[in-house]
Design a protein around this ligand. Sequence first.
Ligand SMILES: [Zn+2]
Length: 46
Amino acid sequence: MPRTGEKPGKGTYKCRNCGVEVTLDDDNDTLPPCPSCDGTEWDKVG
Ligand SMILES: [Zn+2]
């Protein structure tokens, strides 16, 4: 699974802990910590 600090590429990622979604719109963007719960594990959803 993608984790905070990785560059998994463009797409939408959903926090495994709380369900918040973030979108990366550039392949060079780094996954942030979850803005809601500070989680670091993500699932790609789109
Ligand atoms: Zn979260």
